[in-house]
Ligand binder design. Structure first.
Ligand SMILES: *Cc1c(COP(=O)(O)O)cnc(C)c1O
Length: 373
């Protein structure tokens, strides 16, 4: 194994100013370490304002946020929920938690996200059984929301956006996660900003968000004794974790700028290599460039790149393996063609860590270029 400095795909990057520690210290000084408190309330308010939503509930993870969004829509046994096949399993698992059935939709090569035409086909095929659609904005690229929202309106289906990877990404000037009734954000360790682990559910529907906060704190009725009339969860974010989130939110724009710089660096240095293409950036999307992803159509394969980088202590990764190809999910229907399969086969996520220096980027590019010589 190489002794060279490790380069990560995307690792936590706290602010140089120490904002996160300031908020944590305030919580300690007030002994507000337990759930709830100022940091939680303020993180909800600040995140909602940043993305342009009216309300937000801070939760333990993005997965928990998707779970409670499905519950807020009333998804249950017998219902179908449509979602892209090209995503992380955390998009799909909550559908199963609610005892509903996922049906997968293929990607659109223009966006890599849910294909609006395949979505329309799926909505027509399953009709009234479809209770919700989860749209994902993968790698911080926005899905093509106009035709997707139009189809969902036409079929009267609620939209949940899994914006776990797209904080700081916009579609036609509007923040991803604010088109559907619900938007989900994640602050897991490798996301564009992190709280070590955490999530947020946003919505303009104040009543539903209050209900989500209630479910997330074990559904405790307002009574002196412990009383429960509904199933509850322990999904609420702690005041310490929220303090990290408040500090990280202050540097989100800086992180997006650096991610964009990394993307442009790779595109400039590697774009001329035979068979290399980069993820699609359309004139109507403003990605956060969470990860730079390229596809290969020539002799050099993704595995060649991943192995060459790994030998030099550099982390990279394949594109998400489509859900319909996963042992656990293969029994569910998948609508559309094979775009997601091709992206999985040909795609590689390059190290996109915001702490990378120009020297680090040069090192990565040098190794990759070497495979073409
Ligand atoms: C990270 C991620 C999630 C889950 O978020 P957690 O906070 O880790 O639960 C959901 N969907 C996608 C697409 C993700 O990348």
């Amino acid at each position: 194994m190489s002794e060279n400095k490790k380069i990560w795909l995307s690792s936590p990057h706290m602010s140089d100013e120490g904002y996160e520690m300031q908020y944590i210290r305030e919580a300690f000084d007030a002994n507000w370490v337990a759930p709830l408190g100022t940091n939680v309330n303020e993180f909800e308010r600040e995140l909602a304002r940043k993305v342009g939503a009216l309300n937000a509930a801070a939760l333990t993870s993005g997965t928990a946020a998707t779970h409670l969004a499905l519950r807020a829509v009333g998804v249950g046994p017998g219902d179908i929920v449509l979602c892209p096949t090209l995503t992380f399993s955390a998009t799909v698992n909550p559908i199963i938690y609610q005892n509903a059935t996922p049906v997968f939709v293929d990607s659109d090569i223009e966006t890599w996200n849910m294909d609006p035409k395949a979505l329309e086909t799926a909505l027509e095929k399953y009709g009234e059984r479809v209770k919700a659609v989860i749209v994902v904005h993968l790698y911080g690229l926005s899905a093509n929301m106009d035709p997707i929202m139009e189809s969902c309106r036409k079929h009267n289906v609620t939209v949940i956006e899994d914006a776990a990877e797209s904080l700081g990404a916009y579609y036609k000037g509007r923040h991803t996660g604010t088109f559907g009734k619900y938007g989900v954000f994640s602050f897991n360790g490798n996301k564009i900003i992190t709280t070590s682990g955490g999530g947020m559910l946003v919505s303009d529907d104040e009543e539903r968000i209050q209900k989500v906060r209630f479910w997330a704190t074990q559904s405790r009725d307002s009574a002196r004794h412990y009383q429960h009339s509904e199933l509850g969860y322990n999904y609420r974010m702690s005041n310490i974790v929220a303090g990290i989130g408040r500090g990280q939110l202050k540097v989100l724009d800086q992180r997006v700028a650096k991610k964009r710089y990394i993307f442009e660096y790779y595109r400039r240095e590697l774009g001329q290599l035979g068979g290399v293409n980069f993820m699609p950036v359309n004139e109507w999307n403003e990605p956060n460039f969470w990860l730079t992803v390229m596809t290969l159509s020539g002799k050099v394969r993704p595995l060649d790149i991943m192995e060459a980088l790994e030998a030099d202590n550099i982390e990279s990764r394949p594109v998400w393996k489509p859900m319909h190809m996963q042992p656990f999910f293969s029994k569910y229907d998948c609508i559309g063609g094979n775009v997601s399969e091709k992206l999985f086969e040909n795609g590689v996520c390059l190290p996109s860590d915001t702490k990378m220096t120009d020297e680090d980027l040069e090192r990565v590019c040098g190794i990759i270029k070497g495979l073409w010589e």
